[in-house]
Design a protein around this ligand. Structure first.
Ligand SMILES: O=P(O)(O)OC[C@H]1O[C@H](OP(=O)(O)OP(=O)(O)O)[C@H](O)[C@@H]1O
Ligand code: HPA
Ligand SMILES: [Mg+2]
Length: 168
């Protein structure tokens, strides 16, 4: 028996696409920080999905202080309560003032809700956002419908597909 997927549509993102979109996110955030020149003082990546976008944002904005917070919410497409497994030193990040928290996407917003409680003054940025999560994110690049599952390049591989004529 085939178990139906909980999401009707698939949005497949290539490495090239995530690179372009994460760059667009960085450019949108440029000079919008609370520093005297609009700079941000640090980036926190929400692992694991936020690590690639956070690296690209930090590179574009020339931010060298980069740390991670480990949050696990999903097992494949099944959601559980988010658990914080590891987080930055409080002395470095404080209440999040001047800190960019970066993730690949916001879906229901539960992950960002947990991280926001830890860093109430941080700026929350994701590359993609679904409608339920939008109120939890300050800046994002592309909106995707709630019934869509986003497939990232690190979860996919190039695969052979049967020619159309060979299917029946
Ligand atoms: O808005 P939410 O409904 O909370 O979902 C969004 C979060 O879920 C995914 O992470 P996941 O927990 O699957 O871990 P991963 O980043 O290690 O893949 C994704 O990378 C976001 O962090
Ligand atoms: O649409 C999604 N794609 C990948 N990971 C996710 N985690 C929550 N929603 C998603
Ligand atoms: Mg994640």
């Amino acid at each position: 028996m085939i178990t139906p997927l909980p999401h009707e549509k698939g949005f497949h993102v290539s490495w090239d696409q995530i690179h372009r979109d994460a760059r667009a996110l960085a450019w949108r955030l440029d000079k919008r920080g609370p520093g005297p020149d609009g700079s941000w003082r640090a980036v926190i990546a929400i692992t694991r999905g936020g690590m690639a976008p956070a690296m690209i944002v930090a590179r574009e904005l020339d931010i060298r202080m980069v740390d991670t917070i480990s949050v696990k919410s999903y097992n494949h497409q099944t959601q559980a309560e988010p658990v914080v497994l590891n987080r930055p030193d409080d002395a470095l990040m404080g209440d999040g003032e001047g800190v960019l928290v970066v993730d690949d996407l916001v879906d229901t917003g539960k992950t960002l809700e947990v991280v926001r409680q830890l860093y109430p003054k941080a700026h929350f940025a994701t590359v993609y956002a679904k409608p339920k999560g939008e109120p939890l994110v300050d800046t994002f690049i592309t909106g995707v419908s709630q019934d869509t599952w986003i497939f990232f390049p690190w979860d996919m591989a190039l695969q052979y597909v049967e020619p159309y004529r060979g299917k029946d």
